[in-house]
Design a protein around this ligand. Structure first.
Ligand code: PFF
Length: 516
Protein backbone atom coordinates (compact mmCIF):
# COMPACT_ATOMS: atom_id res chain seq x y z
CA UNK A 1 0.00 0.00 0.00
CA UNK A 2 1.16 3.52 -0.80
CA UNK A 3 2.00 5.53 2.31
CA UNK A 4 0.03 8.75 2.64
CA UNK A 5 1.95 11.62 0.97
CA UNK A 6 2.66 14.71 3.00
CA UNK A 7 1.38 18.19 2.19
CA UNK A 8 2.19 21.82 2.89
CA UNK A 9 0.50 23.56 5.81
CA UNK A 10 -0.33 26.83 4.06
CA UNK A 11 0.06 28.77 0.86
CA UNK A 12 2.52 31.19 2.40
CA UNK A 13 4.42 28.18 3.72
CA UNK A 14 5.03 26.69 0.30
CA UNK A 15 5.88 30.06 -1.22
CA UNK A 16 8.43 30.68 1.52
CA UNK A 17 9.87 27.20 1.08
CA UNK A 18 10.35 27.72 -2.65
CA UNK A 19 11.68 31.23 -2.08
CA UNK A 20 13.95 29.74 0.60
CA UNK A 21 15.30 27.25 -1.90
CA UNK A 22 15.88 29.99 -4.43
CA UNK A 23 17.40 32.53 -2.07
CA UNK A 24 20.81 31.20 -1.20
CA UNK A 25 24.52 31.65 -1.57
CA UNK A 26 23.80 32.22 -5.25
CA UNK A 27 22.10 35.53 -4.49
CA UNK A 28 24.77 37.00 -2.27
CA UNK A 29 27.99 35.43 -3.50
CA UNK A 30 27.53 34.06 -7.00
CA UNK A 31 25.44 36.88 -8.44
CA UNK A 32 27.80 39.76 -7.60
CA UNK A 33 30.83 37.77 -8.74
CA UNK A 34 29.17 36.89 -12.05
CA UNK A 35 28.06 40.48 -12.53
CA UNK A 36 31.49 41.94 -11.81
CA UNK A 37 33.27 39.34 -13.96
CA UNK A 38 30.99 39.98 -16.88
CA UNK A 39 31.54 43.69 -16.92
CA UNK A 40 29.10 44.97 -14.32
CA UNK A 41 26.29 46.77 -16.12
CA UNK A 42 26.85 44.57 -19.15
CA UNK A 43 25.51 41.59 -17.30
CA UNK A 44 22.20 42.93 -16.21
CA UNK A 45 20.34 43.09 -19.54
CA UNK A 46 20.92 39.46 -20.56
CA UNK A 47 20.17 38.57 -16.96
CA UNK A 48 16.75 40.22 -16.95
CA UNK A 49 15.88 38.83 -20.37
CA UNK A 50 16.85 35.35 -19.20
CA UNK A 51 14.65 35.81 -16.17
CA UNK A 52 11.60 36.61 -18.30
CA UNK A 53 12.16 34.02 -21.02
CA UNK A 54 13.71 31.15 -19.08
CA UNK A 55 13.41 31.61 -15.36
CA UNK A 56 9.74 32.45 -15.03
CA UNK A 57 8.53 29.89 -17.60
CA UNK A 58 10.58 27.12 -15.99
CA UNK A 59 9.28 28.11 -12.58
CA UNK A 60 5.71 27.65 -13.82
CA UNK A 61 6.54 24.46 -15.69
CA UNK A 62 8.01 22.93 -12.54
CA UNK A 63 5.21 24.00 -10.26
CA UNK A 64 2.68 22.61 -12.72
CA UNK A 65 4.46 19.33 -13.43
CA UNK A 66 5.20 18.89 -9.76
CA UNK A 67 1.62 19.30 -8.65
CA UNK A 68 0.49 17.05 -11.50
CA UNK A 69 2.96 14.29 -10.57
CA UNK A 70 2.13 14.58 -6.89
CA UNK A 71 -1.44 13.72 -7.83
CA UNK A 72 -0.17 10.34 -8.99
CA UNK A 73 1.98 9.85 -5.90
CA UNK A 74 5.24 10.84 -7.60
CA UNK A 75 7.47 13.47 -6.02
CA UNK A 76 10.35 13.29 -8.47
CA UNK A 77 10.99 13.65 -12.17
CA UNK A 78 11.09 9.97 -13.26
CA UNK A 79 7.49 9.34 -12.20
CA UNK A 80 6.33 12.73 -13.46
CA UNK A 81 7.91 12.31 -16.88
CA UNK A 82 6.55 8.78 -17.07
CA UNK A 83 3.02 10.06 -16.58
CA UNK A 84 3.11 13.00 -18.96
CA UNK A 85 4.72 10.93 -21.69
CA UNK A 86 2.03 8.27 -21.79
CA UNK A 87 4.12 5.84 -19.80
CA UNK A 88 6.80 5.64 -22.47
CA UNK A 89 9.42 3.21 -21.19
CA UNK A 90 12.46 5.42 -21.68
CA UNK A 91 11.38 8.93 -20.78
CA UNK A 92 11.55 8.27 -17.05
CA UNK A 93 15.32 7.91 -17.31
CA UNK A 94 15.63 11.57 -18.28
CA UNK A 95 14.15 12.20 -14.88
CA UNK A 96 17.20 10.68 -13.20
CA UNK A 97 18.91 14.06 -13.63
CA UNK A 98 16.25 15.54 -11.34
CA UNK A 99 17.54 13.42 -8.44
CA UNK A 100 21.18 13.27 -9.42
CA UNK A 101 21.62 17.05 -9.86
CA UNK A 102 20.37 18.03 -6.41
CA UNK A 103 22.60 15.41 -4.74
CA UNK A 104 25.61 16.65 -6.71
CA UNK A 105 24.96 20.23 -5.62
CA UNK A 106 24.21 19.20 -2.03
CA UNK A 107 27.61 17.54 -1.90
CA UNK A 108 29.53 20.80 -2.06
CA UNK A 109 26.87 23.35 -1.16
CA UNK A 110 26.53 22.05 2.39
CA UNK A 111 30.25 22.28 2.93
CA UNK A 112 30.41 25.92 1.82
CA UNK A 113 27.36 26.56 3.98
CA UNK A 114 29.29 25.24 6.96
CA UNK A 115 32.09 27.76 6.39
CA UNK A 116 29.48 30.45 6.89
CA UNK A 117 28.55 29.07 10.25
CA UNK A 118 32.23 29.03 11.14
CA UNK A 119 32.76 32.55 9.87
CA UNK A 120 29.74 33.83 11.84
CA UNK A 121 31.51 32.68 14.97
CA UNK A 122 34.90 33.99 13.85
CA UNK A 123 33.31 37.38 13.24
CA UNK A 124 31.56 37.79 16.51
CA UNK A 125 34.56 36.55 18.48
CA UNK A 126 36.82 39.08 16.75
CA UNK A 127 39.03 36.53 14.97
CA UNK A 128 38.41 38.08 11.58
CA UNK A 129 39.10 41.57 12.90
CA UNK A 130 42.66 40.45 13.51
CA UNK A 131 43.23 40.10 9.77
CA UNK A 132 43.94 43.59 8.55
CA UNK A 133 44.97 43.04 4.96
CA UNK A 134 44.11 40.91 2.00
CA UNK A 135 47.08 38.58 2.43
CA UNK A 136 46.18 37.64 5.96
CA UNK A 137 42.46 37.32 5.19
CA UNK A 138 43.26 34.96 2.31
CA UNK A 139 45.64 33.03 4.54
CA UNK A 140 42.91 32.74 7.17
CA UNK A 141 40.49 31.29 4.62
CA UNK A 142 43.03 28.87 3.19
CA UNK A 143 44.09 27.79 6.64
CA UNK A 144 40.48 27.13 7.57
CA UNK A 145 39.90 25.15 4.39
CA UNK A 146 42.98 23.08 5.09
CA UNK A 147 44.68 24.25 1.93
CA UNK A 148 47.63 25.61 3.79
CA UNK A 149 48.98 25.18 7.31
CA UNK A 150 49.62 28.55 8.86
CA UNK A 151 49.39 30.61 12.01
CA UNK A 152 45.61 30.64 11.88
CA UNK A 153 44.75 26.97 11.65
CA UNK A 154 46.94 23.95 12.01
CA UNK A 155 44.35 21.40 10.96
CA UNK A 156 40.99 20.83 9.33
CA UNK A 157 39.34 20.06 12.66
CA UNK A 158 37.45 23.36 13.10
CA UNK A 159 36.14 23.19 9.52
CA UNK A 160 35.13 19.59 10.06
CA UNK A 161 33.22 20.37 13.23
CA UNK A 162 31.26 23.12 11.53
CA UNK A 163 30.61 20.79 8.64
CA UNK A 164 29.18 18.09 10.92
CA UNK A 165 26.96 20.65 12.64
CA UNK A 166 25.66 21.96 9.34
CA UNK A 167 25.13 18.51 7.92
CA UNK A 168 23.22 17.57 11.08
CA UNK A 169 21.00 20.67 10.93
CA UNK A 170 20.07 19.80 7.37
CA UNK A 171 19.22 16.22 8.16
CA UNK A 172 17.22 17.02 11.26
CA UNK A 173 15.20 19.50 9.24
CA UNK A 174 14.35 17.10 6.43
CA UNK A 175 13.69 14.31 8.91
CA UNK A 176 11.02 16.60 10.41
CA UNK A 177 9.10 16.34 7.15
CA UNK A 178 7.54 18.87 4.81
CA UNK A 179 5.44 20.83 7.30
CA UNK A 180 7.23 20.39 10.57
CA UNK A 181 10.71 20.45 9.11
CA UNK A 182 11.13 22.35 5.87
CA UNK A 183 8.14 24.68 6.08
CA UNK A 184 8.85 25.62 9.65
CA UNK A 185 12.55 26.39 9.10
CA UNK A 186 11.70 28.58 6.10
CA UNK A 187 8.90 30.37 7.93
CA UNK A 188 11.25 31.47 10.68
CA UNK A 189 14.44 31.67 8.66
CA UNK A 190 13.36 33.91 5.81
CA UNK A 191 12.04 36.83 7.90
CA UNK A 192 15.30 36.81 9.87
CA UNK A 193 17.21 36.78 6.61
CA UNK A 194 15.23 39.74 5.24
CA UNK A 195 15.80 41.80 8.36
CA UNK A 196 19.54 41.08 8.49
CA UNK A 197 19.84 41.80 4.76
CA UNK A 198 18.03 45.11 4.96
CA UNK A 199 20.04 46.23 7.99
CA UNK A 200 23.28 45.39 6.19
CA UNK A 201 22.21 47.08 2.99
CA UNK A 202 21.34 50.30 4.79
CA UNK A 203 24.60 50.19 6.72
CA UNK A 204 26.67 49.70 3.60
CA UNK A 205 24.88 52.29 1.50
CA UNK A 206 25.28 54.95 4.17
CA UNK A 207 29.03 54.48 4.63
CA UNK A 208 31.35 57.32 3.80
CA UNK A 209 34.44 56.74 1.65
CA UNK A 210 37.08 54.77 3.52
CA UNK A 211 40.15 56.51 2.14
CA UNK A 212 40.90 60.21 2.16
CA UNK A 213 42.95 59.79 -0.99
CA UNK A 214 39.97 58.24 -2.82
CA UNK A 215 36.99 60.41 -1.99
CA UNK A 216 35.22 59.15 -5.11
CA UNK A 217 35.06 55.53 -3.93
CA UNK A 218 31.55 56.04 -2.59
CA UNK A 219 28.62 53.63 -2.21
CA UNK A 220 26.83 55.31 -5.11
CA UNK A 221 29.88 54.88 -7.34
CA UNK A 222 29.93 51.23 -6.25
CA UNK A 223 26.32 50.78 -7.29
CA UNK A 224 27.04 52.56 -10.56
CA UNK A 225 29.83 50.12 -11.22
CA UNK A 226 27.32 47.28 -11.20
CA UNK A 227 24.29 48.98 -12.64
CA UNK A 228 25.35 51.41 -15.37
CA UNK A 229 24.21 49.47 -18.43
CA UNK A 230 26.61 48.56 -21.18
CA UNK A 231 24.73 47.39 -24.24
CA UNK A 232 27.76 45.99 -26.03
CA UNK A 233 27.41 42.83 -23.95
CA UNK A 234 24.31 41.84 -25.85
CA UNK A 235 26.59 40.59 -28.61
CA UNK A 236 28.79 38.50 -26.35
CA UNK A 237 27.78 34.81 -26.12
CA UNK A 238 29.81 34.31 -22.97
CA UNK A 239 27.84 36.94 -21.08
CA UNK A 240 24.56 35.35 -22.18
CA UNK A 241 25.68 31.94 -20.98
CA UNK A 242 26.73 33.34 -17.65
CA UNK A 243 23.48 35.27 -17.26
CA UNK A 244 21.28 32.29 -18.14
CA UNK A 245 23.33 30.04 -15.85
CA UNK A 246 22.88 32.47 -12.99
CA UNK A 247 19.11 32.59 -13.53
CA UNK A 248 18.88 28.82 -13.32
CA UNK A 249 21.04 28.56 -10.27
CA UNK A 250 19.49 31.39 -8.35
CA UNK A 251 15.89 30.33 -8.99
CA UNK A 252 16.68 26.66 -8.26
CA UNK A 253 14.99 25.74 -11.53
CA UNK A 254 16.03 23.08 -14.00
CA UNK A 255 17.18 20.65 -11.37
CA UNK A 256 14.15 18.96 -9.86
CA UNK A 257 13.81 20.52 -6.43
CA UNK A 258 10.79 22.64 -7.31
CA UNK A 259 9.14 19.63 -8.91
CA UNK A 260 9.46 17.89 -5.60
CA UNK A 261 8.25 20.81 -3.49
CA UNK A 262 5.27 21.31 -5.81
CA UNK A 263 4.37 17.64 -5.59
CA UNK A 264 3.14 18.29 -2.05
CA UNK A 265 0.51 20.76 -3.30
CA UNK A 266 -3.04 19.62 -3.72
CA UNK A 267 -4.93 19.55 -6.97
CA UNK A 268 -6.57 22.93 -6.72
CA UNK A 269 -3.74 24.89 -5.20
CA UNK A 270 -2.67 27.87 -7.25
CA UNK A 271 0.64 27.53 -9.04
CA UNK A 272 0.95 30.58 -11.29
CA UNK A 273 0.74 33.38 -8.76
CA UNK A 274 2.57 31.38 -6.10
CA UNK A 275 5.43 30.52 -8.48
CA UNK A 276 5.64 34.12 -9.59
CA UNK A 277 5.68 35.37 -6.01
CA UNK A 278 8.49 33.01 -5.05
CA UNK A 279 10.51 34.00 -8.13
CA UNK A 280 9.91 37.71 -7.59
CA UNK A 281 10.97 37.45 -3.96
CA UNK A 282 14.19 35.79 -5.04
CA UNK A 283 14.87 38.50 -7.61
CA UNK A 284 14.23 41.24 -5.11
CA UNK A 285 16.74 39.68 -2.73
CA UNK A 286 19.26 39.05 -5.49
CA UNK A 287 19.11 42.46 -7.12
CA UNK A 288 18.43 44.72 -4.18
CA UNK A 289 20.34 42.97 -1.40
CA UNK A 290 22.74 40.72 -3.33
CA UNK A 291 23.51 43.50 -5.78
CA UNK A 292 24.33 46.09 -3.18
CA UNK A 293 25.91 44.61 -0.06
CA UNK A 294 29.04 42.80 -1.19
CA UNK A 295 29.86 44.85 -4.26
CA UNK A 296 29.41 48.19 -2.56
CA UNK A 297 31.51 47.31 0.44
CA UNK A 298 34.24 45.78 -1.69
CA UNK A 299 34.19 48.84 -3.93
CA UNK A 300 34.65 51.19 -0.97
CA UNK A 301 37.65 49.17 0.10
CA UNK A 302 39.29 48.17 -3.18
CA UNK A 303 38.06 50.71 -5.72
CA UNK A 304 37.01 50.03 -9.30
CA UNK A 305 40.15 48.24 -10.48
CA UNK A 306 40.72 46.26 -7.28
CA UNK A 307 37.22 44.87 -7.14
CA UNK A 308 37.64 43.23 -10.54
CA UNK A 309 40.77 41.47 -9.31
CA UNK A 310 39.01 40.29 -6.19
CA UNK A 311 36.01 38.92 -8.05
CA UNK A 312 38.21 37.36 -10.71
CA UNK A 313 40.62 35.74 -8.29
CA UNK A 314 38.33 33.10 -6.84
CA UNK A 315 34.69 32.40 -6.29
CA UNK A 316 34.82 33.01 -2.58
CA UNK A 317 37.05 36.04 -2.31
CA UNK A 318 34.29 38.60 -2.49
CA UNK A 319 32.31 37.09 0.36
CA UNK A 320 35.02 35.61 2.56
CA UNK A 321 37.86 38.06 2.01
CA UNK A 322 36.71 41.41 0.65
CA UNK A 323 33.56 41.66 2.72
CA UNK A 324 35.10 41.03 6.16
CA UNK A 325 38.04 43.30 5.28
CA UNK A 326 35.70 46.13 4.44
CA UNK A 327 33.62 45.52 7.56
CA UNK A 328 36.75 45.64 9.70
CA UNK A 329 36.91 49.32 8.86
CA UNK A 330 33.59 50.33 10.31
CA UNK A 331 32.39 50.66 13.90
CA UNK A 332 30.87 47.44 15.23
CA UNK A 333 32.32 45.66 12.22
CA UNK A 334 32.34 42.33 13.98
CA UNK A 335 28.61 42.56 14.63
CA UNK A 336 27.91 43.44 11.02
CA UNK A 337 30.26 40.66 9.97
CA UNK A 338 28.23 38.27 12.06
CA UNK A 339 25.05 39.55 10.38
CA UNK A 340 26.59 38.95 6.97
CA UNK A 341 27.77 35.41 7.58
CA UNK A 342 24.79 34.34 9.58
CA UNK A 343 22.43 35.72 6.96
CA UNK A 344 24.30 33.65 4.40
CA UNK A 345 24.17 30.60 6.60
CA UNK A 346 20.37 30.83 6.90
CA UNK A 347 20.10 31.40 3.16
CA UNK A 348 22.23 28.31 2.68
CA UNK A 349 20.22 26.06 4.97
CA UNK A 350 16.88 26.93 3.38
CA UNK A 351 18.44 26.01 0.02
CA UNK A 352 20.29 22.86 0.92
CA UNK A 353 17.25 21.26 2.53
CA UNK A 354 15.52 21.60 -0.84
CA UNK A 355 18.42 19.77 -2.44
CA UNK A 356 18.02 16.89 -0.04
CA UNK A 357 14.29 16.44 -0.51
CA UNK A 358 14.14 14.97 -4.06
CA UNK A 359 16.26 11.92 -3.20
CA UNK A 360 14.29 11.39 -0.01
CA UNK A 361 10.96 11.77 -1.80
CA UNK A 362 12.13 9.31 -4.44
CA UNK A 363 12.88 6.65 -1.86
CA UNK A 364 9.61 7.28 -0.07
CA UNK A 365 7.38 7.41 -3.13
CA UNK A 366 8.90 4.76 -5.35
CA UNK A 367 10.14 2.29 -2.74
CA UNK A 368 7.53 2.90 -0.07
CA UNK A 369 10.17 3.57 2.57
CA UNK A 370 9.18 5.56 5.60
CA UNK A 371 10.75 8.97 6.03
CA UNK A 372 13.24 8.00 8.72
CA UNK A 373 14.65 5.22 6.60
CA UNK A 374 14.82 7.38 3.50
CA UNK A 375 16.65 10.12 5.40
CA UNK A 376 19.13 7.59 6.80
CA UNK A 377 19.99 6.27 3.37
CA UNK A 378 20.34 9.79 2.01
CA UNK A 379 22.56 10.72 4.96
CA UNK A 380 24.85 7.74 4.48
CA UNK A 381 25.38 8.39 0.78
CA UNK A 382 25.83 12.15 1.00
CA UNK A 383 28.10 11.89 4.02
CA UNK A 384 30.60 9.95 1.95
CA UNK A 385 30.27 12.37 -0.96
CA UNK A 386 30.58 15.46 1.25
CA UNK A 387 33.74 14.08 2.81
CA UNK A 388 35.28 13.90 -0.61
CA UNK A 389 34.56 17.61 -1.05
CA UNK A 390 36.05 18.36 2.35
CA UNK A 391 39.27 16.47 1.81
CA UNK A 392 39.78 17.06 -1.89
CA UNK A 393 38.94 20.75 -1.85
CA UNK A 394 42.16 22.00 -3.38
CA UNK A 395 42.09 19.38 -6.10
CA UNK A 396 39.26 20.74 -8.18
CA UNK A 397 36.70 18.29 -6.80
CA UNK A 398 34.22 20.98 -5.78
CA UNK A 399 34.46 22.80 -9.10
CA UNK A 400 33.87 19.60 -11.02
CA UNK A 401 30.70 18.84 -9.06
CA UNK A 402 29.63 22.44 -9.46
CA UNK A 403 30.11 22.35 -13.18
CA UNK A 404 28.28 19.09 -13.93
CA UNK A 405 25.70 19.31 -11.16
CA UNK A 406 25.26 23.04 -10.73
CA UNK A 407 25.63 24.31 -14.29
CA UNK A 408 25.44 21.67 -16.99
CA UNK A 409 22.71 19.51 -15.46
CA UNK A 410 20.50 22.55 -14.90
CA UNK A 411 20.50 23.67 -18.49
CA UNK A 412 20.14 20.15 -19.83
CA UNK A 413 17.32 19.19 -17.50
CA UNK A 414 15.59 22.54 -18.04
CA UNK A 415 15.66 21.91 -21.78
CA UNK A 416 14.20 18.44 -21.34
CA UNK A 417 11.43 19.74 -19.10
CA UNK A 418 10.52 22.58 -21.41
CA UNK A 419 10.26 20.24 -24.40
CA UNK A 420 8.32 17.57 -22.54
CA UNK A 421 5.91 20.11 -21.12
CA UNK A 422 4.98 21.92 -24.31
CA UNK A 423 5.52 19.24 -26.91
CA UNK A 424 4.99 15.85 -25.31
CA UNK A 425 2.41 16.68 -22.69
CA UNK A 426 1.17 19.25 -25.21
CA UNK A 427 0.76 22.98 -24.69
CA UNK A 428 -3.06 22.79 -24.66
CA UNK A 429 -3.17 20.34 -21.80
CA UNK A 430 -0.21 22.01 -20.15
CA UNK A 431 -1.83 25.45 -20.27
CA UNK A 432 -5.05 24.11 -18.77
CA UNK A 433 -3.17 22.23 -16.09
CA UNK A 434 -1.23 25.38 -15.20
CA UNK A 435 -4.42 27.38 -14.86
CA UNK A 436 -6.30 24.79 -12.79
CA UNK A 437 -7.01 26.39 -9.44
CA UNK A 438 -5.06 29.48 -10.45
CA UNK A 439 -5.49 32.83 -8.76
CA UNK A 440 -4.65 34.65 -11.99
CA UNK A 441 -4.83 34.08 -15.76
CA UNK A 442 -1.69 34.62 -17.77
CA UNK A 443 -1.70 36.77 -20.89
CA UNK A 444 -1.75 34.55 -23.96
CA UNK A 445 1.65 35.65 -25.24
CA UNK A 446 3.18 33.62 -22.43
CA UNK A 447 1.75 30.54 -24.06
CA UNK A 448 3.76 31.41 -27.13
CA UNK A 449 6.86 32.04 -25.02
CA UNK A 450 6.54 28.74 -23.16
CA UNK A 451 5.89 26.77 -26.32
CA UNK A 452 8.45 28.28 -28.67
CA UNK A 453 10.79 30.78 -27.11
CA UNK A 454 11.84 28.99 -23.91
CA UNK A 455 12.77 25.67 -25.58
CA UNK A 456 14.50 27.42 -28.49
CA UNK A 457 16.48 29.67 -26.18
CA UNK A 458 17.54 26.62 -24.16
CA UNK A 459 18.56 24.60 -27.19
CA UNK A 460 20.60 27.56 -28.47
CA UNK A 461 22.40 27.78 -25.13
CA UNK A 462 23.17 24.06 -25.10
CA UNK A 463 24.33 23.97 -28.70
CA UNK A 464 26.51 27.03 -28.33
CA UNK A 465 28.06 25.52 -25.22
CA UNK A 466 28.83 22.33 -27.14
CA UNK A 467 30.39 24.25 -29.97
CA UNK A 468 32.38 26.68 -27.90
CA UNK A 469 33.46 24.80 -24.84
CA UNK A 470 32.51 21.15 -24.68
CA UNK A 471 35.70 19.81 -26.17
CA UNK A 472 38.00 21.76 -23.85
CA UNK A 473 35.95 20.89 -20.80
CA UNK A 474 35.68 17.21 -21.58
CA UNK A 475 39.37 16.91 -22.44
CA UNK A 476 40.29 18.96 -19.34
CA UNK A 477 42.28 21.39 -21.41
CA UNK A 478 42.57 24.03 -18.72
CA UNK A 479 43.20 21.63 -15.85
CA UNK A 480 46.73 21.63 -14.42
CA UNK A 481 48.40 18.23 -14.88
CA UNK A 482 48.59 17.38 -11.21
CA UNK A 483 44.84 17.76 -10.85
CA UNK A 484 43.86 15.53 -13.75
CA UNK A 485 43.62 12.29 -11.71
CA UNK A 486 41.32 14.01 -9.20
CA UNK A 487 39.08 15.39 -11.90
CA UNK A 488 38.82 11.95 -13.43
CA UNK A 489 37.99 10.57 -10.01
CA UNK A 490 35.28 13.23 -9.53
CA UNK A 491 33.81 12.35 -12.90
CA UNK A 492 33.85 8.69 -12.06
CA UNK A 493 31.94 9.37 -8.84
CA UNK A 494 29.40 11.52 -10.66
CA UNK A 495 28.95 8.86 -13.30
CA UNK A 496 28.54 6.12 -10.69
CA UNK A 497 25.96 8.21 -8.85
CA UNK A 498 24.01 8.73 -12.03
CA UNK A 499 24.07 5.06 -12.95
CA UNK A 500 23.07 4.03 -9.43
CA UNK A 501 20.00 6.28 -9.51
CA UNK A 502 19.07 5.08 -12.99
CA UNK A 503 19.31 1.52 -11.73
CA UNK A 504 17.04 2.35 -8.79
CA UNK A 505 14.51 3.81 -11.21
CA UNK A 506 14.71 0.61 -13.20
CA UNK A 507 14.10 -1.55 -10.13
CA UNK A 508 11.29 0.64 -8.83
CA UNK A 509 9.37 0.29 -12.08
CA UNK A 510 10.08 -3.41 -12.33
CA UNK A 511 8.49 -3.83 -8.93
CA UNK A 512 5.50 -1.73 -9.92
CA UNK A 513 4.97 -3.82 -13.05
CA UNK A 514 5.04 -6.98 -11.00
CA UNK A 515 2.36 -5.63 -8.73
CA UNK A 516 -0.04 -4.74 -11.52
N1 PFF B 1 19.16 28.75 -5.54
C1 PFF B 1 20.23 28.48 -4.63
C2 PFF B 1 21.10 29.69 -4.51
O1 PFF B 1 20.85 30.71 -5.17
O2 PFF B 1 22.05 29.63 -3.77
C3 PFF B 1 21.05 27.30 -5.03
C4 PFF B 1 20.27 26.12 -5.45
C5 PFF B 1 19.42 25.50 -4.55
C6 PFF B 1 20.37 25.67 -6.73
C7 PFF B 1 18.65 24.45 -4.95
C8 PFF B 1 19.63 24.60 -7.16
C9 PFF B 1 18.77 24.02 -6.26
F1 PFF B 1 18.07 23.02 -6.65
Amino acid sequence: MQLQRQSWGSKIGVILAVAGSAIGLGNFLRFPVQAVKNGGGAFIIPYLISFLLLGIPLMWIEWTLGRFGGGFGHGTAPGMFHNIANKNRFIKYFGVIGIFGPIAIFTYYTYIESWLLGYSIFSITGKLAACQDQTSMVAFLQGYQGLEKNGFFSSLVPAYIFFILTFGINLITVAGGIQKGIERVCKYGLPVLFVLGIVLMIRVLTLSPMYVEHPDWTPIAGLGFLWNPDFSSLLDAKVWLAAAGQIFFTLSVGIGVILTYASYLTKNDDVILSGLTAAATNEWVEIVLGGSIAVTSAFLFFGPAGIKDVAGSGAFNLGFVAMPLALNHIPYGSVFGFFWFFLLFIAGVTSSISLAQPAIAFLEDEFNLDRKKAVKIFAAVTFVLCNMTVFLLGKGFLDEFDFWGGTFALVLFGTIEAILFSWVFGIDKAWDEMHAGSDITLPRFYRFIIKYITPTFLVVILVSWFLREAKDVILMKNVPDEMVPFIIFARFILFALFVAIAYLVHIAWKQKEKKT
